[in-house]
Design a protein around this ligand. Sequence first.
Ligand code: NAD
Length: 257
Amino acid sequence: MSVKGKTAVITGSNSGIGLGIAEELARAGVNVVLNSFTDSEEDHALAARIAKETGVEARYIQADMSKGDQCRALIEKAGRCDILVNNAGIQHVAPIDEFPTEKWDAIIAINLTSAFHTTAAALPMMRKAGWGRVINIASAHGLTASPYKSAYVAAKHGIVGLTKVTALETAKEPITANAICPGYVLTPLVEAQIPDTMKKYDMDRDEVIEKVMLERQPSKEFATTEQLGGTALFLCSDAAAQITGTTISVDGGWTAL
Ligand code: NAD
């Protein structure tokens, strides 16, 4: 079955990996709903650009993924959700005993709980349509840990667990649920971590990239948003119909170490 004409909702997709996945799906003929918590002209212009370049319907719907009711409203406003990509995410880096509680709460809400709400709202639509794909953007940190990333690692391990439960609850239906686990991808989220890491290790930018970020990525290359878009598109293909409840690492060998 072709994905052409299907509708995808991609949370947190006005930049980085979410935008890359939206663009790749749109190029394959999927109508896309972009999202973030902002509601700027640039956000709506992004959707207009994708529609113009690919000929699909592209909309931008504002919703704050830290709020359960807004997560569910996003799916309701989309009206249709054949492909759900739970991608919205934030990061904060600090030792556990100094980790601000509000940052812990925000990371768990945006990186994990939002996916519970959007999945709960989207599954009935997928069942009605007789086809569905849930794609959760976890991380290499959904399978391994690093110091100072307690909330992020907990949320990403949590989303891998939620992915497995979603897969089991839909196993007998034409719906799959999988998690993509990227290694480091040079997006605004990663850029934002560089200054703190430079301070922590007393290194310059290039050293942080080579010795800290890509230290655990044996390929010594960042993964790209295009590669993640391609992986998401593969999970929507017929070839992936029996792939469910699993993780796909796009991490240059990180989790093979
Ligand atoms: P990014 O900062 O470019 O994108 C994050 C997106 O989430 C943005 O569109 C942002 O607007 C959105 N967002 C943040 N808070 C939100 C909220 N409250 N409501 C709605 N949207 C919100 O970062 P990215 O690197 O593209 O990250 C995307 C996902 O990929 C995240 O879940 C992240 O954990 C995961 N990831 C990233 C990397 C990496 O190296 N960049 C690696 C592994 C996993």
